[in-house]
Every structure is written in structure tokens, then in C-alpha cells.
Design a protein around this ligand. Structure first.
Ligand code: HEM
Length: 564
């Protein structure tokens, strides 16, 4: 009796609370129905009350989960996570229709609370659609439009040859060499880009000479690790459902002194990593200047374009350049390294493909020199091999989320303002109607019967869509080509002999940029001739006491070596 008296009001109160809650939920869903005009959201797993699909949205290797679910729900499906709609696009048609043709609506990026806490919205990749993004995007495009790329060829060829040298010296460390080569390539490239922005009067060879000359070995080793950690953290934060603070933004108000619950310690680590990586290219530029390179055009205050601006605007422009170079260094290095590692894995798994590429290269160079960009038209199989690597293991298997700036109806499905849209590149590059037997690694699929390269309109999706399309795509494609041609011209990449008999297994990291996890690999010169070519190239280069290279080389200038 006493118990009944005590619990009665509590029961009434709970009943009252749940009635209020049910009424609110009903009103919200009615308002939502009215807003949609009765139209359905894209189909998807049935959401639970309040949390929606939080518990079932794929997070680890999300592209595999999205692809599996698309078989049931179709190429345009959706998840509901605490009131936010996440739309997954699994076909070229849907991605093009929405992200490209409706670019005005779908070129924004979502505001992600954890990125706000890290204070990294300055990145071109993450910036909201608007003026600051436009300015940074302009700087990035200026450096990477197809017309600018010829200028970088010498840098790319040189870095690919430096990679062969490092692989010869210490093949066991091949992953570190690829990472270092990727980072160095970008540092030289961004130094070139910076000098060309601040001093447009310098051109061609003159500009190249200013770009080279000083390579701080070891200087960026630590930052490679920082870039990797930053990319991992960024990947986690930008995948829906993988970080609670993004789903429950009030969690950001939990103070830092509650370390197991507060997200601030992690956000501060992320912020420090981002600052470190952001400043790497500019430090490299400055060090080059201090060491005599690029001295004629000197520091920020002489920015040609910034000269026309007032003090406040000039500061903004200077900041935009630093932030753009910082973004390109991080995004570019990670994705290019991923594609080169996948190339090594692919030729290791398919020796017959490797042999065919080598035969093609040998026929062009007669094994007397390294291949160059000038040979590209005569190396269609190598090009097809690179395309197949990108299709087979796209470095970014899902797009960075786009965000809808207004409500929109697509093929009778309602996509609300603020929805996230994610292109599932993995599914697109495995569409059996476009790429029969998609799991088979087959470069020939990119060739015509007469051996020339086939036109392909689908593969471009690995670089994204619309106004957010990757500005580094032509450069990335050219880098993979020259690395593949150069490395295969002198090396065999094989399974390690000591692992013969044991099944070879490989895995990929999760996250926005996915790359092979370390795998055993033997890299050896094809023969004495190949070894001599690498060593002879090395001897034409000036190396300083720490083993830093110093060579402006260019196919045009004739660093092609002739072995007698
Ligand atoms: C194989 C290599 C690469 C792949 C697969 C790749 C892929 C992508 C993808 C999927 C996006 C997002 C596009 C979208 O949201 O629709 C992107 C954006 C971006 N990429 Fe790349 N990328 C690669 C290399 C590079 C390189 C070499 C650079 C720099 C030189 C670069 C710089 C950027 C930048 C700055 C953005 C942000 C664009 C924006 O949001 O406006 N990427 N990339």
C-alpha cells in the first residue's frame, strides 16, 4: 500500500512525459510530411525513433556496407541519423544528375562539429560553399589546370627516378620510400607553384631552377606521419555515424577535464596536426629562399597579386595561399601514395600484367634510358594498367560528403536542405554493366581491340563531381603513369620468396583515403643493365652530404641516359 502511494505519482508523471513526447514526435513527423508534400525520402533501412539508423549505418569500410545495402534499396538510398538525412549515390547517373547537373544545389559541404572543434574548415576540401572556398579553389585550379601541367613534368620524372634509386638502396623500406617520394614531389611542386604565383614573370626552365636546389631530407619525414594521422582522423570524423559528437553536437560542451567523455583532447590533437601539416609547404618555400633558391622573387610582402590589395585583404590572400598549399599537400600526398601502393600490389598479384607492361616499355626505350612523358602515347598498356589500378582500388572509395543547400525532388524522391550526399565510388567502378567481371584485374578493359586506349566516361567519377571535382586529377593521373613506367622499366615486383607456399593476403585501411596495409613484397632490379641505369642516373645528380638530391632534370633537357 505504502509502495503504491509512493510510486503512483511517478507512474503518472512518466505517463504524462511519454504522452508529451509522443505528441511532439507526431507533430514533428506531420510537419516533415507536409514539408515533403507527401513524397518519400530515398528508400533505406527502417529508422528507429529518434536515433534513426545510427546503429546500422556502415562506418568501417563504409563503401562495402553501402554497396551491399544498395542491392536491396537501389542506387539512391538514404539513412536517417538523428534527424539528418544521408543520401548514398551508387551510380554514375545519380551522381552526375545531382552533384554535376545540380551543382548549384549540391556543392556545399556539411558543417561537421568535430571539424569546427579542430578549427580546420579552412581546408579547401572541407570549406563551406562561399567566397573563402572560391578563392582557395581558384588558387588550386590555377596551379593544376591541364595547361600548367607540362611545367611539372620534369619534377615528376625526376622524383620517379629518385624513387628507383631509393628502392635500389633499401628495397625493404619500399612503403617509406613511396611516402617520402610522394611528399617530396608535392613540396617541390608547391614551391614551383608558389614562385609562379608570386612572380609570374619567371617562366619555364628559370622557374624550375628556382624550384630545385634544396631538398631538406628528413625535414618532412615527421610531417608525413602527421599527414597520415590527420587523414585518419579526418576520415573518421567525416563518415556519418562514426563520431558521436557529430550526431549529438551538445557533447562539444563537455569540458576538457572529463577526458574519457570530452572530445576536446582529440580535437586539440587534430588541430595541432592540421597546423603542422598546413605550414609544411610554406616552410619548405621559405627554407628554399633562405638557401638561395627563389631569392629574386622573395617573400610574402612582394606577392604580385596581393600588392593590389589593401593590408587587410592582403593578409587574407596570403592566408588563402598557405591554406591552399597545405590542403593540396595533405590531400594530394595521401591519395597519390595510396594509388602507387595499389599499383605495386596489383603487379605483384598479376605477374603476367607486369611482364606485358615491361615488354611495352622496353620496346619504346630499348632499355637504354628511362621512359618519359614524351613516350606516353606509345605506352597505352601502361596507361591502361594505371586506369585499372584506380578502378580496382579507388584511393577514395567514397566521396567527401556534399551538402544540399535547398530542398530538391529527384525522380520522385525528396532530398531535404542540409542532407548529406555521398557518392559510392566503389560501387560505381564495380558496375558490371560498365566493367564486366569487375573483381577481375584486367587492364585490357581500357583498350580497344587495336591496342589503343578506349574512351571511358565512368572512371572520372573517382575524382568526384561538379564544382567540387578534384583539382589535382590530371596531375595525379600523370604521376601514377610516370611512376609505373619508371619503376617497371627497372624493377621486378614480386611476392617474397620466403613467403612462397603461404597464401598471400592483403587488406586495405578504412577511411576516406584507403590504402593497402603493409604487405610483404620483393623489389629487385630486373638485371645488371637496369641496376646500371639507376646508378648512372644517380651519378648525374648532385647529392649533398646528407644524400639530398639536387637535380633539375627534364626529358626536354635530355636527362635520358644512353647506355652503350
Ligand atoms: C589518385 C589521386 C586522387 C584521387 C582519387 C582524388 C580524389 C578526390 C575526390 C573524390 C575529391 C572529392 C570530390 C568531391 O567532393 O566531389 C577530391 C577533392 C580534392 N582533391 Fe583530390 N584526389 C586525388 C589527388 C589529388 C591531388 C594530387 C591533389 C592536389 C594536387 C588533390 C587535391 C584535392 C583538393 C584540393 C580537393 C578539394 C576540392 C574541393 O572541395 O573543392 N587531389 N579529390
Amino acid at each position: 500500500m505504502i509502495q503504491f502511494v509512493a510510486t503512483g505519482p511517478i507512474v503518472y508523471f512518466l505517463f504524462f512525459l511519454s504522452s508529451v513526447f509522443a505528441l511532439q514526435a507526431f507533430r514533428a513527423s506531420f510537419r516533415d510530411y507536409q514539408r515533403r508534400g507527401g513524397l518519400p525520402y530515398p528508400p533505406g533501412p527502417r529508422p528507429l525513433p529518434i536515433i534513426g539508423n545510427l546503429l546500422c549505418i556502415p562506418t568501417k569500410s563504409s563503401w562495402l556496407g553501402y554497396t551491399r545495402l544498395a542491392k536491396k534499396y537501389g542506387d539512391v538510398m538514404s539513412f536517417h541519423v538523428l534527424g539528418r538525412v544521408v543520401v548514398i549515390l551508387g551510380s554514375t547517373k545519380a551522381t552526375k544528375d545531382l552533384l554535376e547537373k545540380r551543382g548549384g544545389i549540391y556543392s556545399d559541404r556539411p558543417t561537421i562539429p568535430f571539424f569546427e572543434m579542430m578549427d580546420v574548415q579552412w581546408s579547401v576540401l572541407l570549406a563551406r560553399y562561399g567566397e573563402p572556398w572560391r578563392l582557395r579553389r581558384k588558387i588550386a585550379e590555377r596551379g593544376f589546370r591541364p595547361g600548367s601541367l607540362a611545367a611539372y613534368r620534369a619534377i615528376q620524372e625526376t622524383r620517379a627516378r629518385v624513387l628507383t634509386n631509393r628502392l635500389l638502396q633499401n628495397p625493404q623500406e619500399w612503403t617509406a620510400h613511396i611516402e617520402l617520394s610522394g611528399a617530396s614531389l608535392f613540396l617541390f611542386l608547391l614551391r614551383y607553384l608558389f614562385i609562379s604565383i608570386i612572380s609570374p614573370s619567371f617562366q619555364g626552365e628559370q622557374l624550375l631552377a628556382m624550384t630545385y636546389g634544396y631538398e631538406a631530407k628528413g625535414h618532412h619525414d615527421g610531417t608525413i606521419d602527421a599527414a597520415k594521422k590527420l587523414s585518419d582522423l579526418g576520415s573518421r570524423a567525416s563518415l556519418p555515424g562514426s563520431m558521436l559528437v557529430n550526431e549529438f553536437p551538445f557533447l562539444r560542451h563537455i569540458p576538457e577535464w572529463m577526458p574519457w567523455i570530452s572530445y576536446w583532447p582529440l580535437a586539440r590533437i587534430g588541430h595541432a596536426l592540421a597546423e603542422e601539416v598546413k605550414n609544411v609547404p610554406m616552410q619548405f618555400v621559405r627554407e628554399g629562399m633562405l638557401n638561395g633558391i627563389a631569392r629574386p622573387c622573395i617573400a610574402f610582402h612582394s606577392l604580385v597579386e596581393a600588392e593590389k590589395l589593401s593590408g587587410f585583404e592582403r593578409k587574407g590572400y596570403e592566408r588563402a595561399i598557405t591554406e591552399t598549399l597545405g590542403t593540396m599537400y595533405t590531400v594530394g600526398t595521401e591519395s597519390v601514395v595510396s594509388s602507387i601502393m595499389s599499383l605495386f600490389l596489383a603487379v605483384l598479384l598479376h605477374p603476367e600484367v607486369q611482364r606485358k607492361a615491361q615488354d611495352e616499355i622496353d620496346a619504346v626505350t630499348e632499355r637504354k634510358r628511362f621512359p618519359t612523358f614524351e613516350d606516353r602515347l606509345r605506352l597505352p598498356f601502361v596507361d591502361a594498367l594505371c586506369r585499372e589500378v584506380l578502378r580496382w582500388r579507388p584511393p577514395a572509395p567514397v566521396h567527401v560528403p556534399h551538402a544540399a543547400r535547398e530542398d530538391h525532388v529527384y525522380e520522385g524522391l525528396f532530398i531535404p536542405k542540409g542532407a548529406w550526399l555521398i557518392g559510392n565510388i566503389w560501387a560505381i567502378t564495380r558496375d558490371p554493366d560498365v566493367y564486366p567481371e569487375p573483381e577481375v584485374f584486367n587492364p585490357e578493359r581500357f583498350l580497344n581491340p587495336n591496342g589503343t586506349l578506349r574512351d571511358d566516361v565512368t572512371l572520372g567519377s573517382i575524382f568526384g563531381f561538379g564544382k567540387r571535382l578534384c583539382p589535382g586529377r590530371h596531375f595525379a593521373d600523370a604521376t601514377l603513369f610516370i611512376v609505373a613506367a619508371t619503376v617497371l622499366s627497372v624493377f621486378h615486383i614480386e611476392k617474397r620468396r620466403d613467403s612462397e607456399g603461404t597464401p598471400f593476403e592483403f587488406t586495405y585501411s578504412g577511411g576516406l583515403v584507403s590504402r593497402p596495409n603493409p604487405f610483404p613484397c620483393s623489389i629487385s632490379p630486373r638485371d645488371k643493365r637496369a641496376e646500371e641505369l639507376i646508378i648512372l642516373t644517380d651519378s648525374t645528380v648532385t647529392w649533398d652530404a646528407q644524400g639530398n638530391s639536387n637535380f633539375p632534370s627534364s626529358s626536354a633537357k635530355g636527362l635520358c641516359l644512353v647506355l652503350s
